[in-house]
Design a protein around this ligand. Structure first.
Ligand SMILES: [Zn+2]
Length: 80
């Protein structure tokens, strides 16, 4: 399927993807994986995507059970 193995937030950081958290209400938030790791540490949440998804709460509608997917970061001009 051409899908990179992204089963942990650490993998998003390693591949340079943003972490897109989508709720069934349509709200989508793109996290920097590094900010996400800090947040997960503070809240003692797992890095493992499968275990994390049901624990994430939407900041907009308050529902639990977000979907995590990869988002391409904007192209940064100083990357060579
Ligand atoms: Zn929501």
């Amino acid at each position: 399927m051409g899908r990179t193995k992204l089963d942990s937030i650490n993998e998003f950081a390693r591949h340079g993807y943003k972490v897109r958290v989508s709720c069934s209400c349509g709200r989508k938030v793109d996290w920097s994986p590094f900010e996400m790791i800090v947040m997960l540490q503070k809240r003692r949440l797992p890095y493992d995507v499968e275990r994390l998804e049901p624990k994430l709460r939407c900041g907009f509608c308050g529902a639990r059970g977000a979907k995590i997917s990869a988002a391409m970061p904007e192209i940064i001009s100083n990357v060579r």
